[in-house]
Design a protein around this ligand. Structure first.
Ligand code: MG
Length: 308
């Protein structure tokens, strides 16, 4: 027998949560569809609470090891229609439509390790105002050392698990705020990178259980002079990889629907994209071949080499 961990994205708003439960399967058995109580995951009313899990991609389970698997699922209603929280169903046909462009996505997932009181780990909360104290920003980014690279054990374990699961991770680094880290997923196709990103987040939460730290993807986990955390997207099409002109055209095209993109990025983006802390304000759209204060940055090598 093997253990199959069925994993799905729930209906919590404004930010969806990852849920999972275990099904015991015979070795070699194709994971079948399954069900769950949608009234406990913000996906159904109590009166008709059944939701359906449809397996879409399996991974090796690096935590349980042996032949055990992780099973990423899409959520459907009992009548066979996709559940409204199932945005993967909307993505699949769009990705198929542009297959000839061999589109690559690379996601830079930033996150912050906090304690149960929501203070960043490794910092001292003052009793009176519950605000954390530490050295100001500066020494943490890509740092080494106790008190600087905070939570590295967790980060390294997560990286090993991702690689063992078959997730395409391309790097990690300590970030600007204490207890803040980043890992990069991709470059991969739209569906592969999305699936990998959700499973990597799931593994991160699982690892956090042993380290007694909470992983938050919140855009602005600490008020004040601290960087926020986001998920920058690296993107190219076949055309962009061949020509700099196509890169500029893409940058201009993205600007035309800036407002729509901001509205759909995720909760709290306005607290992160303030125009300070290496960001461009969420109110404006800028692109360019320079620094990090842009919405859309074309790397300098791309301009020099004339292709992306
Ligand atoms: Mg970063």
């Amino acid at each position: 027998m093997i253990k199959a961990e069925y994993i799905w994205v729930d209906g919590t708003k404004p930010t969806a949560q990852i849920r999972s439960k275990t099904k015991i399967l015979a070795k070699g058995e194709e994971p079948p569809g399954w069900g769950f109580d949608g009234s406990s995951t913000n996906q159904a009313e109590g009166s008709a609470s059944d939701c359906v899990l449809v397996p879409v991609r399996t991974y090796h389970d690096p935590i349980r090891g042996a032949d055990n698997i992780l099973v990423l699922c899409e959520v459907f209603n009992v009548d066979g229609t996709p559940h409204e929280s199932n945005t993967r169903r909307e993505l699949a046909p769009v990705a198929a439509l542009h297959e000839d462009q061999d589109v690559w996505f690379g996601m830079e997932q930033e996150y912050t390790l906090v304690n149960l009181q929501a203070n960043p780990v490794g910092t001292i909360a003052s009793r009176s105002d519950n605000k954390f104290r530490s050295l100001p920003q500066g020494p943490y980014y890509c740092s080494a050392g106790y008190g600087l690279a905070i939570g590295r054990d967790l980060v390294e374990t997560h990286l090993d698990f991702c690689l063992a699961a078959g997730i395409r991770v391309s790097g990690i680094n300590a970030e600007v705020m204490p207890g803040q880290w980043e890992y990069q997923v991709g470059p991969s196709s739209a569906l592969k990178v999305s699936d990998d990103l959700w499973i990597s987040r799931y593994l991160l939460h699982r690892v956090s259980e042993w380290h007694h730290m909470v992983v938050t993807f919140e855009g602005k986990p600490a008020e004040g002079d601290w960087n926020g955390a986001g998920c920058h997207t690296n993107f190219s099409t076949r055309e962009m990889r061949d020509s700099y002109v196509a890169c500029e055209e893409a940058a201009i095209a993205l600007g035309e629907r800036h407002q729509l993109h901001i509205e759909n990025y995720g909760a709290g983006i306005e607290h992160r994209l303030t125009g300070a802390h290496e960001t461009c304000s969420y109110k404006e759209y800028r692109y360019g071949v320079f620094g990090r204060g842009t919405s859309m940055r074309i790397p300098w090598q791309v301009e020099r080499e004339g292709e992306g």
